[in-house]
Design a protein around this ligand. Structure first.
Ligand code: HEM
Length: 460
């Protein structure tokens, strides 16, 4: 069957090509992980909402739920969707490597999901990859890491990073380069995790995992942001507003945005893992390195402006995604101390990335051999999810301004003042609306992915 030449984004292999089938599989795993994370978010939100927090029976599971909420969303949903893009951007070689990676990650995800129900699941709330100090969870984490690692290796082997400084460049070459650079960032992050793990010998418990995941956790944010830009450009293209710059100029902007990755080996070479300089350098890399993405973000915003009047699921997702991402970026510079402004920033930025991936899911579903997303529901879903998250984020930011602590629930929150209660009330309402938006996304995808039973003619 000839390759699928499509109006937008990456030109893709045929429907029955191994890379397309791998992309379908990783999308399925990503959706399952996002669903699990969304269900746990319900427990988190209800455990922190004033009035409900005291009566909610599952509030004692808050910490374990928070660990799995974060790992299923930031780690598995994001890495699975990245693997969808890596499969679509690459050729069909090394398929077996791809499938071994997929099944190991699926088994790992399942173990992470069931680990809280095993005894002694002690939650440790370190940043980036929080853990349950328990064998089933660690087995899940290691299997997932190996599975994702194999998929990263396959991506670097199968995606040709095309950039030529002479003559024309295919329109999708810049996007393919962006996807490839996402795989490079993932490889640097995985190497950082291994490097830190080997270097940290003198501490245990939460401090150990904080040091093991600090470097790689920061590097993963560059992967997510690079692939968010790929998703925005693809969405804009699908809406008939390809970005203004030439393929070559866009490719150069992607290379510039990935430059901070070069600093990672320097930080490891210069500073001892876990030292103040090491931790501080990664915070600086994040704060300053992401500014190199600004030209890509502005290009996507210019394309959004061109399609501002269009009514389509891709447009809703592009608008909601960019709005939330920019809100999260602004909140990053308002972080002072360990309060809920931090999760406000996180949810702005990474739920902005999530919305970009949700919109791109709508665009690629038919090209993966599934049905087209149901238009009306798919058009409203990003606004419900994004709008709910915006209220959730603003509630967290407001409450953080009044000193409400992060990662605590129930009475531990010590909500005494009216502004604190109003802020966390907003967090709760916004969170519930966002969860409804998350359910809408899963419904739209399942309706498009599951085979439809032909309608029975009415008996007269
Ligand atoms: C339906 C949407 C969601 C809701 C309602 C929600 C709600 C929450 C809540 C209430 C917390 C606990 C905050 C605290 O106690 O400090 C939390 C933490 C977190 N969530 Fe979500 N979340 C959602 C989706 C997501 C998604 C899609 C991601 C990532 C892709 C994500 C990543 C995180 C992270 C990283 C934390 C830890 C924050 C920290 O370390 O302070 N969440 N979430």
């Amino acid at each position: 069957m000839p390759p699928i030449t499509t109006p937008s984004g990456l030109s893709m292999a045929s429907l029955d090509a191994p890379s397309t089938r791998l992309a379908r599989a990783w999308l399925g795993l990503g959706l399952a992980a996002l669903t699990g994370s969304g269900l746990l978010a319900l427990l988190l939100v209800l455990s922190r909402t004033p009035g409900i927090q005291h009566v909610f029976p599952l509030r004692d599971f808050f910490r374990a739920a928070l660990v799995v909420h974060v790992d299923l969303s930031v780690l598995i949903w994001f890495m699975a969707f990245a693997a969808v893009l890596w499969s679509l951007a690459g050729n069909s070689r090394w398929a077996t490597l791809g499938w071994v990676g997929f099944w190991l990650a699926t088994l790992g995800t399942t173990l992470i999901g069931v680990a809280p129900f095993f005894p002694d699941a002690q939650p440790l709330l370190n940043n980036y990859v929080p853990v349950l100090q328990q064998p089933v969870f660690f087995a899940g984490l290691v299997l997932t890491a190996i599975g994702v690692g194999l998929s990263v290796v396959r991506a670097l082997l199968t995606i040709p990073p095309q950039i030529s400084f002479k003559g024309g460049m295919p329109a999708d070459a810049a996007l393919r380069l962006g996807v490839w650079l996402g795989a490079v960032a993932a490889a640097v992050a995985l190497a950082s995790f291994v490097g830190s793990w080997l270097a940290v010998t003198d501490v245990l418990g939460q401090l150990l995992w904080e040091r093991v995941f600090w470097g790689g956790g920061h590097v993963l944010q560059f992967q997510h942001a690079l692939l968010a830009c790929v998703a925005w450009f693809w969405l804009a293209d699908a809406l008939g507003a390809p970005v203004a710059t030439s393929g070559r100029a866009t490719a150069i902007l992607f290379l510039i945005a990935a430059l901070p990755l070069l600093a990672v080996p320097v930080i490891y070479a210069r500073y001892e893992v876990g030292s103040g300089e090491h931790m501080g350098s990664f915070m600086q890399l994040m704060a300053h390195g992401h500014t190199l993405m600004a030209p890509l973000v502005l290009l996507a915003a210019a394309a959004l402006w061109q399609v501002r009047w269009q009514v389509a699921p891709a447009k809703s997702a592009l608008l909601a995604s960019m709005g939330l991402f920019v809100t999260g970026g602004v909140l990053a510079y308002l972080i002072q101390g360990a309060n809920v402004v931090i999760p406000a920033h996180y949810h702005g930025s990474i739920v902005g990335v999530t919305l970009a991936f949700m919109g791109l899911t709508y665009v690629v579903l038919p090209r993966l051999g599934f049905g087209a997303p149901e238009d009306r529901l798919a058009r409203w879903q990003p606004y419900v999810y994004g709008g709910g998250q915006l209220l959730h984020v603003l509630g967290l930011a407001w409450s953080g301004g009044y000193g409400v602590q992060r990662k605590v629930a129930g009475a531990e929150q010590v909500l005494t003042s009216l502004p604190q209660k109003i802020g966390m009330g907003m967090m709760g309402l916004g969170g519930l609306i966002a969860i409804i938006g998350g359910v809408m996304f899963v419904v739209v995808c399942l309706r498009a992915m599951l085979p439809r039973r032909p309608r029975q003619p009415l008996k007269t």
